[in-house]
Every structure is written in C-alpha cells, then in structure tokens.
Design a protein around this ligand. Structure first.
Ligand code: FEO
Length: 175
C-alpha cells in the first residue's frame, strides 16, 4: 500500500514526464519545419521515450493500489530560437527531471518505501544516460559552430545518433 504523500509525488512525476513528451514532440514538429530530418526523428523518439517514462509510473501505481492521475496537456512552445538553444532547453529539462527523481528517492527513504526506492532506481540510470547524451550533443554543436553550413552538419550528426540508438535497441535482449 502506497502512502498518500508518495502517491502525490509520483503523480507530480507523471506530469513532468508527460510534459517532456509533449515538449519534445513540439521540438520534433519545429525541426521538421526547418527541414532537419535527423533532428526531427531524434526528438520524435525522445518524445516516445518520455511517454514510456510516464507510463511506467502509471503502471507502478496500478501495482501498489495507488491512483494514477492523468494530467491535462500543457501547451509547449511551438518555436525555438535555434537548434542549439533547443538542445539547451532539453538539457535543462533533463536536469530538472533528475532533481525530481532524487527528491522522490529522498521521500522513499524517509517513508521507508523500499518498493518505490527499488522502482526509482531505473530512473536514476536513465537520467544519467540522458544527461550524458544531451551534454555530448551540446558539445558537438559547439564544435560544429553556427556557420552557414552548420545546420547541415548538425542534422547529419543527429541522424548518426539516431542510427546508433536504433542499432543499440535492436541488439538488446528480447528485441
Ligand atoms: Fe523522463 Fe528524460 O526524463
């Protein structure tokens, strides 16, 4: 049986993951308008991943007799200053999510909710990977710079990351 406090905190996390999914889908739509196919596919897949993060919490609440509250859709921005600033926004959002996961872990510790603590470990690893990925992308964007042809090379780079991630997913056991 989950406590009301932990149930409320996990529902807040559902909101955060759901907003991330919406935000990244809005970013995919903006990238598509800029003709950046690699960036579009990358953000589209990130959006799917965030929806999966949200669903994991919904499913977890089902298993502990908690009540999952599905949040209203908050409208994300529809335009972004540049690809660089868009990825900075993604990185900032991921850092916010990581802090929120750590707070959930603190709460699970305080409440001696070892089931929640065990469940949240998956998110700790996932956030480490996502923050690292976004930092690597930002580093590459800095190297490429903002010259006339930079968008072309940025998009190629994102397409390369897409292919690497798809290959890694296909190689996972059970894929
Ligand atoms: Fe689910 Fe990337 O935060």
């Amino acid at each position: 049986m989950i406590s009301t406090k932990m149930e409320g905190a996990l529902n807040k996390q559902i909101e955060l993951e759901s907003y991330a999914s919406n935000l990244y889908l809005a970013m995919a739509a903006w990238c598509d308008q800029q003709g950046l196919a690699g960036c579009t596919q990358f953000m589209r897949r990130q959006s799917d991943e965030e929806r999966d993060h949200m669903l994991r919490i919904v499913d977890y609440l089902f298993t502990v007799d908690g009540k999952a509250i599905i949040p209203a859709l908050q409208k994300p921005p529809t335009t972004f200053k540049s690809v660089q600033s868009m990825f900075e926004l993604v990185y900032n959002h991921e850092q916010k999510v990581t802090k929120s996961i750590f707070k959930l872990l603190e709460l699970s510790d305080l409440e001696k909710d070892y089931s929640a603590e065990n469940f949240l470990q998956w998110y700790v690893e996932e956030q480490r990977e996502e923050e690292e990925l976004m930092r690597n992308i930002l580093d590459k964007l800095k190297l490429i710079g903002s010259g006339a042809r930079s968008l072309y090379y940025i998009d190629l780079e994102l397409e390369k990351i897409n292919q690497e991630q798809l290959a890694a997913a296909a190689a996972e056991p059970g894929a």
